[in-house]
Design a protein around this ligand. Structure first.
Ligand code: SF4
Length: 214
């Protein structure tokens, strides 16, 4: 994988590294997702947190605001984090691609998954974030992020909730909040229960990581 940084550099340089990466992302034209974006969406939260959440990419609200996970899916993510006494300021949140992937359909831009080529083009930025932050725990949100981060054959319905070792971090995947919101009735309740179970497992690892630091 490409690296945007030298191997050198400790925690004190983390903020500078991320700021430099963010500046590069803001003017990036490495793939065609740059053509229709309003804002790039780099990442937010605490870069010193042991826990990094990685989603697929910005949607309409994120493109408009420049922030990851806003709108209804973002509110649900807040609720999922709050279920284990976490909030956005206690974790770092980013996406596989930093620009919105969408096609024009019937006069409107409709979200679509980023292509493998787009994800590859953007990968050095994610690698740079991982190198700078060095998370101890990664939670992938949704199938596409899980395929990018954990394994290209990852199946979210079958493989979520299991731990993997990726980039030296304990890594799990759960359903994307937007997917949860698309469920109805029994399916909605079942999907929510699984996500809540996953976040509790993640929180146990978060607590262990925090205890080690104290
Ligand atoms: S998605 Fe990534 S690689 Fe493509 S233009 Fe945006 S920042 Fe650059």
């Amino acid at each position: 994988m490409d690296s945007l940084f030298d191997a050198e550099g400790g925690a004190e340089n983390r903020g500078e590294r991320l700021a430099e990466l963010s500046r590069q992302v803001a003017v990036c034209t490495k793939c065609d997702l740059s053509l229709n974006r309003t804002n790039t969406v780099f990442g937010t939260g605490d870069p010193s947190s042991p826990l990094m959440l990685i989603g697929e990419g910005p949607g309409e609200n994120e493109d408009a605001s420049g922030l990851p996970f806003v709108g209804r899916a973002g509110k649900l993510l807040d609720d999922i984090l709050a279920a284990v006494d976490l909030d956005r300021d206690m974790v770092y949140i980013t996406n596989v691609v930093k620009c919105r992937a969408a096609n024009r359909e019937g006069g409107r831009m409709k979200n679509r998954p980023p292509t493998a080529a787009e994800a590859n083009a953007c990968d050095p930025y994610l690698q740079g974030q991982l190198e700078a932050i060095k998370p101890e725990i990664i939670l992938c949100l949704g199938g596409p992020a899980s395929k990018s981060i954990i394994n290209k054959n990852f199946r979210i319905t079958k493989d979520r909730g299991e731990w993997h070792e990726v980039y030296g971090a304990k890594t799990m995947a759960t359903f994307h909040p937007a997917y949860v919101l698309r469920q109805h009735g029994e399916d909605l309740q079942k999907t929510k229960r699984l996500v809540w179970r996953d976040i509790q497992e993640v929180y146990k690892e978060y607590q262990k990581a925090m205890e080690k630091r104290n």
